[in-house]
Design a protein around this ligand. Structure first.
Ligand SMILES: Cc1ncc(COP(=O)(O)O)c(C=O)c1O
Length: 399
């Protein structure tokens, strides 16, 4: 067989997806697995969204449309950005993508030339550095830790920027850390980005999952020229419990929207019409359901963090947004399992928890920080209760 693309062969498969797939295989084989691996709301998609999608099928809206998405959805995104974020981006600068992951891929493919650097705060969402490398760029990490609430400073950002820096990837609220940057912090970052003419890929997928009265702030809404450098990616997967519908979007400067449109016209074309009509109903349908889900996530967050803090040896920050906890568990490294295996790091720990406690969580190594593990609390209190019991038992059994 002839050799395959070296950049594709160098891709590390998503560890969160791998763990979820493994957990599902074990469940299918009859094992009582408790899975906190994947970041997927356990709620069902709201009925009015399903109804709108079904109606579109019945009306025969089943043919090819524009590769950048149906006009109704592009308008709904443009309206949403103005209404919810105070950001003015016309509908013709919006491109509908097959999920936010696809929007991130399209933006990076459109931006990067070989040797370009992209600054990524760590711990990071698993996909960012892999896609940067796939499209010829070099990820440059800004490390953060639980002791500073997983936040980076404007000084750290400026120190990471070189003449080759093309963009910063800002995931706010963050997966996996749960931290949220407010307006003043974003203003300080914006000043530096404008000064150095660096784009910001602003992943706002968790914008409505915020706790303790926080309100979403898009960096694009700030003044001083940052709007021209902000590349918003967002979608309906998390806020409307629509992960399987595969609808996301890009919104930003006209030349970039045009280039992404050309890319989609040759590569993927538009996401399924039926999903796009569902997404129109989601974005135009108000935020009541999102807020209800948020209250439930908050209850779960408090339970999870309290339970984690009750386990001696764990350090954990209170998440301010999204639905992940990222406990620091390195005090358990070097210890032995009841079967005599030494836990060398987060991969070993997660393997042990899956094999011995039937608990699926994601190793911090996947997010660029081997000191921690990630738990998703987008699942029921029953499942969380079982999971935390298994985690506690598993960790305390290490000697
Ligand atoms: C930060 C972040 N961006 C994007 C995505 C992907 O979203 P989608 O399912 O819409 O592709 C995820 C999913 O876990 C995520 O955590």
């Amino acid at each position: 067989m002839k050799s395959l693309s070296s950049s594709v062969l160098a891709l590390a498969p998503s560890m969160t997806v791998a763990i979820d797939t493994r957990a599902k295989e074990l469940q299918a084989a009859g094992q009582d697995i408790v899975a906190l691996g994947v970041g997927e709301p356990d709620f069902d998609t709201p009925e009015h969204i399903k109804d709108a999608a079904i109606a579109s099928l019945r009306e025969g809206k089943t043919k090819y449309t524009a590769p950048t998405g149906i006009p109704e959805l592009k308008k709904a995104v443009s309206d949403k950005l103005l209404r919810e974020n105070g950001v003015k981006i016309p509908a013709d600068q919006v491109v509908i993508t097959s999920g936010v992951k696809h929007a991130v891929a399209n933006v990076l493919q459109t931006l990067l030339n070989p040797g370009d650097e992209v600054v990524i705060p760590a711990p990071y969402w698993v996909t960012y550095p892999e896609l940067v490398k796939l499209y010829g760029g070099t990820p440059v990490f800004i490390p953060t830790s639980v002791d500073t609430g997983y936040k980076f400073t404007p000084e750290a950002l400026e120190a990471a920027i070189t003449p080759r820096t093309k963009a910063l990837i800002l995931c706010n609220p963050s997966n996996p850390t749960g931290m949220v940057y407010g307006k003043a912090e974003l203003e300080a970052f914006a000043k530096i980005l404008v000064k150095h003419d660096v784009y910001v890929l602003s992943d706002e997928i968790y914008e409505h999952i915020l706790y303790d009265g926080r309100k979403p702030v898009s960096i694009a809404s700030l003044g001083g020229g940052i709007a021209d450098l902000t590349l918003i990616v967002n979608g309906v997967s998390k806020a409307y419990a629509m992960t399987g519908w595969r609808v996301g979007y890009f919104a930003g400067p006209a030349p970039i929207a045009k280039a992404i449109g050309a890319l989609q016209s040759q590569a993927t074309h538009h996401p399924a019409n039926v999903s796009q009509y569902g997404a129109v109903a989601a974005l135009n349908g108000g935020l009541e359901l999102v807020q209800k889900m948020g209250q439930e996530f908050n209850r779960r967050r408090e339970f999870v963090i309290e339970s984690l803090r009750a386990i001696p040896g764990i350090k954990v920050a209170m998440p301010e947004g999204a639905f992940y906890a990222l406990p620091e568990v390195s005090s358990f490294y070097g210890k032995k399992t009841p079967k005599g295996k030494v836990i060398g790091g987060s991969l070993d720990l997660c393997e042990y928890l899956l094999a011995d406690e039937l608990l699926a969580v994601v190793p911090g190594a996947a997010f660029g920080d081997d000191r921690c593990i990630r738990l998703s609390y987008a699942t029921s209190m029953d499942v969380l209760g079982k999971a935390l019991e298994r985690l506690r038992r598993g960790l305390l059994a290490l000697v």
